[in-house]
Design a binder for this molecule. Sequence first.
Ligand SMILES: [Zn+2]
Ligand SMILES: [Zn+2]
Length: 297
Amino acid sequence: MKVKFWGVRGSIATPGPSTVRYGGNTTCLEVRTDDGQVIIVDAGTGLHPLSLSLLAELPVEAHVLITHTHWDHIQGLPFFIPQFIPGNSLNIYGAFDPVTQKNIGETLSVQLQYSYFPVREVELKTKPNFTTINQRESFAIADATITPVMMNHPVINLGYKIACNGKTLFFTGDHEPPYNIYDRDDESYELYQSVLDERNQFIYEVMRGVDVLVADSSYTPEEYRSGKEGWGHGTFDSSIGMARDLGVDQLFFTHHEPTRSDDALEAAYREALDRCECNNDERARFQLAREGVEIEW
Ligand SMILES: [Zn+2]
Ligand SMILES: [Zn+2]
């Protein structure tokens, strides 16, 4: 299996000299299964350069897993260049949103409306096939098995485990480790905690022991405590905790804060490793996700 990072920034694309080393594109990962099947996780602005790279191997069959439909995870979709060329295949998977009562196709079709984009969906040369998926229901794409898991974010967000010939990757999408919103002495505390425990147990069951974990690590603990609880994002420390608890081989911190320069990002990373007393082995295994980096195992 191969994974390439095409976008590692959270919230909004941040091109410019201060982000040139880690990249300014928003979330997009390319996964290649052992058989060479293209699976794309999230369609942030990184999808545009990824889609240009696919022009060298037309016709393409691409499968795009959407964690959730916040802009930074879907904004590249109208610019997926192979859909303007006949003969390709674009398959998009995502959740039904219980709040808006819309499936993934209905939610995304807004992007191709007249007011927002010059090409209408009916004018695309390769029309996307949408599949609404449910958490906990695994499905196959070529030689890979995909398991979606509902994570913790203000809009429904699916984390994805991708398994292929015994190799495993888990991507959290946007995820804040759930915490109990009640005080310990509040009568609702225990009931809420039991719901959280059950939810976490399932998330952890799926994530346990994966080879590669790519995790939302938007904040430092200090930033998190300064009013960002409940925004649906993790910290460097929460990601390290997950990697340790779950026996993960390699951890990539992602969804980098848009206001963080490369230097500030490296400083936050080093401070997190020190604060969590990471040993040399962990320092090698816990890395910042960086646009353009490809790993194969
Ligand atoms: Zn995001
Ligand atoms: Zn989000």
